[in-house]
Design a protein around this ligand. Structure first.
Ligand code: MG
Length: 250
């Protein structure tokens, strides 16, 4: 407990003690929430780590050695997948985060099912939240936009029409390992275009295609990775904030 008695006058000390924190109900000495200035007109909040603002890819690097990761920066302030240049990932690693990201699937419809507007957001480099043009384009449920790919379908298909911008707000809790064992699974809540698509969903393990999740590396941080699935998907306005108390995982 970190009591700051200068603020005692803000609250009460003759109230019952909350069992989880040791503070009293309405305790004036309980630390004040930090002040964070929100963004306006879609700009990031003051304490965000901006990963892409439309000007440069300097926060990003290729994932695989034989690929360049040279995606295109477009005049509309977005970056676009360049097929076969490969996935890209942030140079920094993150644990528990709030992630803001916008994506747009190609206006020109090409392919169907998993072959239309496919990309993905990989938390910690290995857990994929699907990006796909599912507008009047069904596919297997656990591969639908908003799915934890191969594990958990979204609660709704909330994608917009091809060519329109979609907004993801993702709240990610890293897995926790202790003495060689996972004591807490990774957990995610995701909101797509204002609609909850994952609600405190626990992950079974890392993402893989057509198989059960493989063994999970015992890591609680990793880079944010975006997928090159061969489609001209665009991303813009990408930023993260620390989520919760586990600041050391940022
Ligand atoms: Mg994908």
């Amino acid at each position: 407990m970190n009591r700051s008695h200068e603020n005692e006058h803000l609250g009460f000390s003759d109230t019952p003690v909350l069992p989880d924190s040791g503070y009293t109900v309405h305790d004036g000495t309980r630390p004040q929430p930090k002040v964070v200035t929100p963004g306006s007109d879609g700009s990031p909040p003051a304490d965000a780590t901006v990963l892409f603002d439309g000007t440069s890819l300097e926060s990003w690097e290729p994932v695989r050695e034989n690929e360049t990761g040279r995606w295109k920066i477009l005049e509309d302030g977005s970056m676009e997948v360049v097929p076969s240049e490969g996935d890209i990932q942030t140079r920094k690693s993150f644990g528990d985060i709030q992630l803001h990201l916008e994506f747009r699937c190609p206006v020109k419809i090409k392919g169907n099912g998993q072959g239309r507007g496919n990309s993905g957001v990989f938390l910690m480099g290995r857990y994929e939240i699907q990006v796909l043009d599912n507008f009047q384009n069904p596919t297997y449920s656990d591969g639908t936009v908003g799915a934890i790919y191969g594990q958990t379908p979204p609660l709704a298909n909330a994608v917009r029409q091809p060519g329109e911008w979609n907004l993801y707000e993702i709240f990610w809790e890293a897995p926790v390992f202790e003495n060689g064992e996972r004591i807490k699974a990774a957990k995610v809540t995701a909101i797509l275009n204002g609609i909850v698509v994952q609600h405190a969903t626990e992950l079974q393990g890392p993402t893989i295609n057509k198989a059960l999740p493989p063994e999970e590396p015992q890591e609680s941080t990793g880079p944010l990775r975006l997928q090159d699935h061969g489609d001209l998907v665009r991303f813009r306005n990408i930023w993260v904030r620390r989520l919760g108390q586990r600041d050391e995982l940022f």
